[in-house]
Design a protein around this ligand. Structure first.
Ligand code: ZN
Length: 183
């Protein structure tokens, strides 16, 4: 024989029943009462509806939270991307610097971007240094060439000057001699 539950007892147990937290014997007693009591069975219907609504609402709230979190994440990342080159070139204020640094710490995508840029910068810098060194070599070579040719010119110039003066003196002497003889 089924043990009879009162309507009050059923009311007290309904939420546990909906959440499936009753043990089998108690569940059986309750289901028996529901089958013979339209009032309690109506209460169950309402309660199930309430629980469903609650689940719907909490599901929606959770997904809203997710969307909001995502858009916050995206907004941060946009901010990060906008300021990235200025951050790397040290053109930001201290406050902005901290903000970008924080995003890089909390956002793995942003951190990866920053690392990539630094790697790229390093590569660029080392190749620039190489070019600078290469041109430095060229530069010193050019200077050496300049000094060398200047040195040669210095050697040659006085020679030509002396030769020119010498030629003029000799020409003058010859002309003087000619003049003496002619006159
Ligand atoms: Zn009842």
């Amino acid at each position: 024989m089924q043990q009879q539950l009162t309507c009050e007892q059923v009311s007290a147990l309904l939420t546990y029943y909906v959440e499936n937290k009753l043990n089998e014997p108690l569940k059986k007693y309750l289901e028996y009462h529901l089958s013979i009591c339209p009032e309690c069975s109506e209460k169950l219907k309402k309660l199930k509806k309430l629980v469903n609504n609650y689940n719907e609402i909490s599901k929606r709230i959770n997904s809203d939270d997710e969307i909001e979190e995502n858009s916050y994440f995206n907004k941060q990342y946009e901010d990060f991307k906008l300021n990235l080159s200025a951050y790397i070139d040290n053109e930001l204020t201290d406050e902005e610097n901290i903000r970008i640094k924080k995003i890089a710490i909390s956002n793995p995508i942003a951190r990866k971007d920053l690392e990539d840029i630094y790697t790229f910068k390093r590569l660029l810098h080392s190749s620039f240094d190489k070019t600078k060194n290469d041109s430095k070599e060229d530069y010193s070579k050019n200077i050496l060439n300049d000094i060398y040719s200047l040195h040669q010119n210095n050697k040659l110039d006085p020679f030509y000057m002396i030769m020119t003066i010498f030629s003029v003196i000799i020409a003058a002497i010859i002309l003087g001699v000619i003049n003496i003889f002619v006159l």
